[in-house]
Design a protein around this ligand. Structure first.
Ligand code: PMT
Length: 396
């Protein structure tokens, strides 16, 4: 289930060109299950209209401190009561300065002062305004006062200048909030993971690989980091962004993956092998591009790759090992056999037709206590459920 489900989130929008992105943020939060209530400053209403936010969230949008729609006339108090967070995005330099000094001269700044929920601030401003020592002092003070600051990012700005000050993209803000809300079940744990396919070269331009996209492994790395773990991700070749807070080591072949894992395993308390590692590699890698020989076929001699998971599980000081098994049939039988053969406490089974390449998955967990089916869902949702199961197993 989404961490946002049923959460009341107050979204404050201040005056800045990034205000148009706040509409998408409101939509994404609502789509994730949050009950979103928007508050616009007078300046924000010059960029975007309350009507857009009302239409996107299904809730009235607010901007006037003297609005009497709240039955007791106390919108500046009531709006944040029961809220999981007050998120200000975009937060202008002026609004940040006001929050630092406890000024309350409009509905949003009054809500910030009167709130009884966490404050999340997503700055957006011109790069010089961001770099100005006054802003830097204010942001440091706001952070010290307990606010979570998400962003800003660097890049091209609406004014044409390039630098730090762009508001994070709505998806990044949602990811930041998700991390913030996730219970820290793996706090203090160091997790080493593998993800993605391996690529076994035949010659400088060709090789043997598989259809793993890396999405399941990356979702699990994100879920572990969201749960407070320190995550090192050894990744085969994929085209995915590194999850926030995750240390990523890129490799290509199974041998490179093994080397990277063995270099980092001593520091890990948990090892999760999600990668689809090639069991075999070409015995001879040609230094030059192979040429058509005129013969009708080509025979490639293969040799076996080391089994990284089995090797880690056999270490005298082995971390808690979690394997994955992707099968096209007989999941229970094959996954159980793999768990026993590799000598690991937990294996996550999935059918390739359910989980490989796509954004969703359906998994079954096998351990000493038997077979445990998790609800099917997005890979992020499945990963979050795996983390909860793992944390319970570890007695967290
Ligand atoms: O990447 P996606 O598109 O999101 O797809 C996800 C996935 C289907 C690839 C993933 O969920 C999954 O099931 N990964 C394991 C793939 C697999 O079946 O591996 P295996 O049966 O070859 O190996 C079993 C376990 O041993 C795995 O944990 C694997 O990482 C590990 N292994 C295997 C061979 C090897 N040489 N070294 C290993 O460490």
């Amino acid at each position: 289930m989404s961490i946002f489900m049923g959460k009341r989130i107050v979204l404050g929008v201040t005056g800045g060109v990034a205000a148009y992105k706040a509409a998408e943020l409101a939509r994404l939060l609502g789509k994730a299950g949050a009950n979103v209530h928007c508050v616009l400053t007078e300046a924000a209403s010059r960029f975007v209209t309350p009507a857009s936010f009302q239409a996107l969230t299904g809730n009235p949008a607010w901007s006037d401190l003297w609005d009497v729609r709240m039955p007791n006339g106390m919108a500046h108090i009531d709006l944040t009561r029961g809220a999981a967070a007050l998120v200000v995005a975009p937060a202008s330099a002026n609004s940040i300065a006001k929050y630092v000094h406890g000024m309350a001269d409009d509905l949003l700044s009054t809500l910030v002062l009167a709130r009884d929920c966490p404050l999340v601030v997503c700055p957006a401003m011109n790069r010089q305004m961001w770099e100005n020592s006054a802003t830097q002092r204010n942001v440091a003070q706001l952070r010290q006062d307990g606010a979570l600051i998400l962003g800003p990012a660097a890049g091209e700005q609406a004014c044409g200048e390039v630098g730090m000050g762009r508001m994070l993209e709505p998806e990044q803000i949602v990811a930041g909030l998700e991390a913030f809300f996730t219970p820290k079940l793996l706090a203090g744990k160091r997790v080493l993971m593998t993800a993605g396919p391996t690529y076994e070269a035949l010659d400088p331009v060709r090789g043997i690989t598989n259809l793993s996209s890396g999405k399941m492994g990356y979702a699990l790395a994100r879920a572990c980091a969201n749960a407070g773990a320190e995550v090192t991700l050894v990744s085969g070749p994929v085209s995915l962004a590194t999850p926030a807070g995750v240390r990523r080591i890129d490799v290509k072949s199974a041998l490179e993956m093994r080397d990277a894992v063995l270099r980092h395993v001593a520091q890990a308390g948990i090892f999760i092998a999600v990668a689809a590692v090639a069991d075999y590699r070409p015995a001879n890698v040609s230094a030059h591009k192979l040429k058509k020989s005129g013969a009708t076929g080509l025979t490639i001699a293969m040799e076996q790759n080391p089994d990284i998971l089995s090797e880690v599980a056999a270490l005298s000081s082995a971390p808690f090992c979690v394997g994955f098994a992707a099968e096209s049939q007989n999941l229970d039988e094959y996954a159980t056999t793999k768990r026993a053969k590799k000598g690991i406490p937990l294996i996550v089974g999935n059918l390739v037709q359910d989980g490989m390449g796509g954004d969703a998955n359906r998994v079954v967990l096998y351990d000493d206590s038997g077979r445990h089916e998790l609800p099917a869902g997005s890979k992020d949702a499945v990963a979050a459920d795996i983390v909860v199961y793992l944390a319970n197993l570890l007695g967290a």
